[in-house]
Design a protein. Structure first.
Length: 252
């Protein structure tokens, strides 16, 4: 795997301080603190398509995330589970992350392993006194470039399977800022998993996006469901008013 110049530029962009000044930015946005504290709860699973680490870094800062299980099955070999508490929330990043590293497995030159870095740049609380990278000089940032064909590594495929499992068990699916592009077929697999096995009134899909009404229509069309399947559209960006509406909409 060799880094293309465009991939390197993308890595540098999403790994910049624009996305990693976590504690200052969270403290400056009361509505974001409200979202992290009252909407994202212990036991929740978040599926992230973003490359940057701001979301899990913000959760870490608010005591909702740790590297111990915080990326699902993607573990760091230097984490001592006896010292690091289990993560209350999982963040499954199926397109890779600026915190993810891929490197040749020691003693097995034919296999490349994916893990993640731990330092305060990404995780202001859990990484404050740690600086554990992965793979040494051989490691490269693991991102799956936007394309019609996304071929994940084995470890990322495991995260995708975990996301299907989590969605299938969930009572509420909240979609924020995702355009559900036709080429991202895996997202439609997740919608299928959510809609199967339970009667529609027991499950709720909440879409928060400026184009939420259009997305709800497309989801209903794809799932071939009627209005008995509860879907709520909040046609706004994630901000103060929309967080208040989410709090009123999410089941207690």
């Amino acid at each position: 795997m060799q880094n293309h110049p465009l991939d390197m530029q993308k890595t540098q962009y999403f790994d910049s301080d624009v996305f990693n000044e976590t504690s200052k930015r969270v403290d400056s946005l009361p509505w974001l603190c409200q979202f992290l504290d009252k909407i994202v709860l212990e036991g929740d699973v978040a599926l992230s398509l973003n490359y940057d680490c701001f979301f899990e870094g913000a959760l870490d800062y608010r005591g909702k995330w740790t590297p111990n299980g915080g990326y699902g099955s993607l573990r760091h070999p230097l984490i001592d589970d006896r010292r690091e508490p289990p993560s209350p929330v999982e963040v499954l990043k199926i397109h890779g992350s600026t915190s993810f590293r891929i490197a040749t497995e020691p003693g097995n030159p034919n296999h490349r392993e994916v893990s993640h870095a731990i330092n305060k740049k990404y995780f202001p609380r859990s990484g404050k006194y740690a600086n554990f990278d992965f793979g040494g000089d051989d490691a490269q940032t693991y991102l799956i470039a936007p394309s019609y064909v996304k071929r994940p590594s084995y470890k990322i495929s495991r995260l995708m399977l975990r996301s299907v499992e989590a969605v299938a068990q969930a009572d509420t699916l909240i979609i924020i800022g995702c355009g559900l592009r036709p080429e991202d077929m895996f997202l439609y697999v997740l919608l299928t998993a959510f809609s199967d096995g339970r009667s529609p009134p027991e499950r709720k899909i909440i879409v928060l996006d400026p184009k939420a009404e259009d997305l709800v229509f497309r989801i209903k069309t794809y799932l071939t469901v009627d209005d008995s399947f509860c879907m709520v559209s909040i046609p706004e960006k994630l901000q103060q008013d929309s967080v208040e509406r989410l709090l009123q909409t999410v089941p207690k």
